[in-house]
Design a binder for this molecule. Structure first.
Ligand code: NAD
Ligand code: AKB
Length: 317
């Protein structure tokens, strides 16, 4: 079975950190009118005004089905979710959106033979209490929903042949749309504060090391996985993806090299515990082997690009 062409695409969570940039990238490929952004409560970003942008709730099955049928959607990039920090504040909402919402997306895809992209996260991992090894035993509700979501997606592939694919993204760093509700958000906020105030108070310790990735690599990975021939894939919803790992202290140093007088201080809060439960590196050999994953950015290249783009963006605000 080969990979089917995408003609009419829906992106849930289109106003979010990844959704904004993925919508732009897909519109460049398929044409503005063929890529429908779906927001929930967040206002549509200016960059998405060129094409259709509608509002919907993935937990409202009937209205979601209407949207999919009205626009004759054949592929869904399902980015709507509740992230780790918000998930710990409201575990019930996190479960509802990340699992009941995903179930709706999968059921609609099964009945209409749609292709799906459903991302996961490094949050699926946790440390085994006895051995200290990194295992699929997350301690956050977000992580629990992400592991269960991967299993649910793989079930739909095996049982119903729904072509659903997914990546375990690391913490994503970008300048177009600010992240919110995540543990890795400090790695974006630090750039904004470095430019605005030359100082940042980081909510994890300086030695906290996590896998991270620049948004343009994440978008490239997403498109490459969706383009890959189905027969090349040995996994479906749980591809590890990595490009760089650094400590909060190393991130601050890479900024201080470029912004004279920048100072970062560190005051851990409850987000430290979440960060400590995640691995500091992940092995992405299967993505490299199965669909030629090859990231372009390291920490220094990313910092150059982030600062250059944010300087312009913040001047215009
Ligand atoms: P985001 O929080 O920026 O955007 C998610 C969007 O989902 C929000 O705009 C929100 O309005 C929408 N949403 C929430 N509830 C909804 C509902 N009931 N119906 C419809 N929409 C709803 O998230 P993001 O960072 O762009 O993440 C997108 C996906 O990538 C998620 O699955 C997330 O778990 C995954 N991911 C993100 C990162 C990262 O660093 N950004 C890392 C790993 C995995
Ligand atoms: C979060 O911190 O919750 C996300 C993620 C790594 O999944 N950025």
């Amino acid at each position: 079975m080969h990979t089917r062409e995408q003609k009419r695409v829906l992106i849930t969570g289109a106003a979010g950190q990844i959704g904004t940039e993925l919508t732009i990238a897909l519109r460049e490929r398929l044409g503005n009118e063929n890529v429908i952004g779906m927001g929930h409560r967040t206002k549509a970003p200016k960059e998405l005004e060129e094409g259709p942008f509608i509002y919907g709730d993935i937990n409202d099955l009937e209205s979601y089905e209407k949207i999919v049928d009205e626009y004759e959607i054949d592929t869904v990039y399902h980015l709507a979710a509740i992230l780790s920090v918000t998930g710990e504040k409201n575990p019930q909402l996190c479960y509802d959106v990340n699992l009941n919402g995903l179930y709706n997306i999968l059921e609609v895809a099964r009945k209409r033979d749609q292709r799906l992209f459903c991302p996961s996260s490094i949050a699926v991992f946790g440390n085994d209490e006895e051995t200290g090894e990194v295992v699929l035993k997350p301690t956050t509700m977000y992580g629990v929903t992400k592991v269960a979501g991967e299993l649910l997606c793989d079930y739909y592939y095996r049982k119903y042949a729904v072509d659903v694919r997914g990546i375990r993204y690391p913490g994503l760093i970008s300048w177009k749309t600010e992240p919110g509700g995540g543990t890795t958000d400090y790695a974006v906020a630090i750039y904004y504060e470095a430019i605005r105030n030359k100082k940042y108070e980081c909510f994890v310790r300086a030695d906290t090391k996590l896998p991270m990735m620049y948004m343009s690599d994440a978008i490239k990975g997403t498109l490459d996985l969706m383009d890959a021939p189905l027969e090349n894939l040995n996994q479906h919803s749980d591809y590890n993806l990595s490009s760089m790992s650094f400590t909060a202290g190393e991130l601050a140093e890479s900024i201080a090299k470029r912004i004279d007088g920048f100072e970062c201080t560190y005051v851990s809060d409850n987000r430290q515990e979440i960060a400590d439960s995640w691995p500091d590196e992940i092995d992405d050999a299967s993505s490299r082997n199965d669909w030629n994953w090859d990231p372009a950015y390291n920490l220094e290249r990313m910092t150059e690009d982030m600062l250059a783009n944010l300087e312009i963006k913040l001047k215009e605000e």
